[in-house]
Structures are given as structure tokens and as C-alpha cells.
Design a protein around this ligand. Sequence first.
Ligand SMILES: *Cc1c(COP(=O)(O)O)cnc(C)c1O
Length: 382
Amino acid sequence: MAEYKYSTLAVHAGQYPDPQTGAVNVPVYLSSTFELTGIGTDKGWDYSRAGNPTRDRLEEALAVLEGGSSAHAFGSGMAALTALMAPLHAGDHLICSHNVYGGTARLLDEVICHFGIEVEYVDLANLDAVAAALKPNTKLVHVETPTNPLMQLTDIAAVAELAHKAGAEVSVDNTFLSPVLQSPLALGADIVMHSTTKFLNGHSDGLGGVLVGTKPEHRDRYILMQKALGGILSPFECFLVLRGIKTLPLRMKQHDENGRAVAAFLSAHPKVQKIFYPGLASHPQHELAARQQKGFGSMMTLELDSKDAVGRFLSALKIFLNAESLGGVESLASHSATTTHAGMTEERRQAIGITPELVRLSVGIEDKEDLIADLAQALEAV
Ligand SMILES: *Cc1c(COP(=O)(O)O)cnc(C)c1O
């Protein structure tokens, strides 16, 4: 498979005809258990928590798309993050991007810290701060780039070099760009994590998560986490992600094109105080984005002049839906402070710059002229 180009891999990796029937699509194996062939022998599967033929195909596809050696599907992005953190032991030190998805911070601050794991938030854009934070017991550096919702970048290759010197692994939450627009493993990361709920599924009709590893011990570790923690993805939702990734390169192309057009429009609009989009030359890390990413994607955040203005803007939008989540074909707008980051304390939100005036956009694949017209009329209402 490795000889094929990306769009071909998206359609065919893991998605070959069913050997038994010739079905072009991967069958959905709705079976919790499998008949054994003898004592301790089977046809490859025994119980669906440990493995399911539909899930195997999805995991095969995702390992290829991220360029890893194994992939492991979980019931949500949070279940994947739980499986990423759970192998840490009491006394281990974990470094996390200071500006992460609210659910990641909630998992670390309200669950993982109780297991005696030392959690430290560091501004990973500041490489001196990363070097200073790494300790002999640092086991994992968890990177989210670009961050949600402020679109701050981390130089994956530079952080990986520092972490590896200190004996720590690097995991990257690649949800915002998808494997089409960013390849963390090629940049030196050890593990990639996704909420497949977003671009990989792409149609806002199922939650899911994945961890992609690069070493034989990752395979053993995350298979154990699937079996021991049990947060696996159902066969039907595996099918939905398999279906979604066939059009991933096509969708990302349109998301990227629409994202650039919408960001250019918003950056010139007098009612928009600020716009956070790495594709704009005005973004402080534009050069890093251009070097590290294969596109700028369709996630961006704008700042209006008050929370009331945000309220009027969200209610005036007609095509953009006021809803959480991202990465689907439809355009969404959401108020970060009361949705994705509601789980964070007010102080933490203020400290990292998530103010009540921010609106995050997930630009869909609709016609970009319609999207810009919708934003223009909603900004008139502000
Ligand atoms: C949505 C999201 C998650 C969590 O994924 P779920 O599928 O909602 O559990 C984690 N990281 C990022 C960047 C996300 O956008």
C-alpha cells in the first residue's frame, strides 16, 4: 500500500473487498463473541472488546493514514486520551500543552492527578520552558497543535527532540488538522491521537477516538488498554469512520480552501477585533504553520467587542449552526467559554486567553460565497 498516494490510500487502505463475499465495503460485524475452533484456538477473534473484524479494518486504515505501525480505536476522543494517560504510573511526570481542549484538562485535573501522576501545564511554544520542565521522571509530553480555540502552534519536531533527549515520549492531538494536513509522526512524535468524531468521521454522526503508535510496545500497551479499560469503538461507528475517511482528502481540500477564504474576509471586517488563523500572514506563527502543516485547515476563532455582540452574532447566523464540535461537512460556530471550555475555571480561561468575546468557527464544505455572505449579514446584526 505504501507506494500509493494519499487519496488512493484513503479509499483503499484497510478497505479491500470482503474475502468471503466480495462486498466492496467492509462488513459491519455486529457480534460480541466468535465461535472458537478448539481449546484456545480461534479464527482471529474471540470477543469484540479485544478485537472485532470491522474495527481491525479501521485500525489498519488509520495506521496507514498517519504513517504509524498500529492504530487502536476507542469509543470517543476522551476514551482515547484516557487510554493514552492510563499507562502512566504514580510518580511519573506528564507535561501537557497549557492551552488544550477543555476535556483534556478536565481528565488530567479531575481524574489522572488523583493517581499520583504529576501533571504540569507548559507553554510548549516556548522551547526554553519545555527544556526547563523536562525531568528524569517525565514520561510523556502531550501536544495539541494548533490549540483549541486560540490556534497556537507547537513546533512538533523541536519538542520531540527535547523530549527524546530527556527520555520522554511525545503524543500529538492531531484532531484539528486531520492526517491530511499534518503528519506528527513524520515530524518525530511517537503517538498520534484523534477525536475521530471530528474530521475523520466528518459527518457529525458518531463519536470516536484513536491512538496511533510507532513501536511494538505501543501495540501491546494500547491493546491492553482496549481490553482492560474497555472503552472501544462499536463496529457500526467503525464503519461510519471507514466511510468518512474515503472522502477525507477531498473534504480537507475544500475545508482548507473555505477556511482561507473565510479568514481573509473576517480579517478585513471592521467588526472583527481579532482573528486567530495560522494561514494569515498576521498570525505570529504563520511561518511555523507553513513549514509544519500541509494546509491551514478550517478552524479559526474571532473576537467581537463584547459577549452580547457574540450572542447577537450567533443568533443571526443562518447557515452556520450555533453548536459545539467541529470537522463535519456543515459549518458551525460556538462560544468557547461556555461550551468546549466550560469545564475550565474562569481563572484558567483568563490565564490562557479564552475570553467571553471569542467565537470559534468550524468552516464546512458548503459554497464559500454563501458562507461569507452569512457571516457578513450576521456581523451587520452585531
Ligand atoms: C473533540 C475533541 C476531543 C475529545 O473528543 P470526543 O470525541 O468529543 O471525546 C479531544 N481533543 C480535541 C482537540 C477535540 O476537538
